[in-house]
Design a protein around this ligand. Sequence first.
Ligand SMILES: Cc1cc2nc3c(=O)[nH]c(=O)nc-3n(C[C@H](O)[C@H](O)[C@H](O)COP(=O)(O)OP(=O)(O)OC[C@H]3O[C@@H](n4cnc5c(N)ncnc54)[C@H](O)[C@@H]3O)c2cc1C
Length: 162
Amino acid sequence: MQVKTQADELQSYLTDASNMPGGHADGLFVPDAAEELVGILREANESGIPVTISGARTGTVGGAVPFGGYIVSLERLNKIKSINKAEMTATVEPGVILADFAKAVEAEGLFYPPDPTEWSCQIGGTVATNASGARSFKYGATREFVTGLTVILAIKLHSSST
Ligand SMILES: Cc1cc2nc3c(=O)[nH]c(=O)nc-3n(C[C@H](O)[C@H](O)[C@H](O)COP(=O)(O)OP(=O)(O)OC[C@H]3O[C@@H](n4cnc5c(N)ncnc54)[C@H](O)[C@@H]3O)c2cc1C
């Protein structure tokens, strides 16, 4: 896992396509595996540190702009794990770039409809935002094409003394 704390290393993660100003963070984590992501979120949660998940930062509303705490970039969780042609399903990591995914399924004779115009976004970002686009009028938005998710939640478990 890469950990970056220098201002120049964080710079490009402090804004997105919204160009919202004022983004700042104390550190950037770039996990190579889901287990590392679990560790980051656990530590941040226990320490009360806010976390901003960074996809490809093509969002236009500032959702990926951090205001303190940690940035976690999913750019290295970018594997297409499998494509099942018969069932027309695929299993991917969240950081897969949409354009790469579209090409990979096309090579299998398949078609992935979600098209939010900006092809450099990550699949995880499109799911988080339920991205839509011109093709959504015919096929629906991203949500229509998600059959299952593995979700890592940062929640505090409260033990009861009674
Ligand atoms: C020129 C241009 C045209 C666009 N056109 C459209 C359009 O037609 N339709 C449309 O819907 N969008 C459009 N967008 C917006 C953008 O491309 C989409 O919202 C895209 O889905 C964002 O993906 P991303 O990887 O860049 O996410 P980011 O911008 O990095 O993140 C977006 C939000 O999702 C969260 N997030 C990202 N990844 C994850 C994850 N794995 N798990 C949990 N949360 C996550 C972030 O914290 C943030 O809140 C456009 C953008 C541009 C620049």
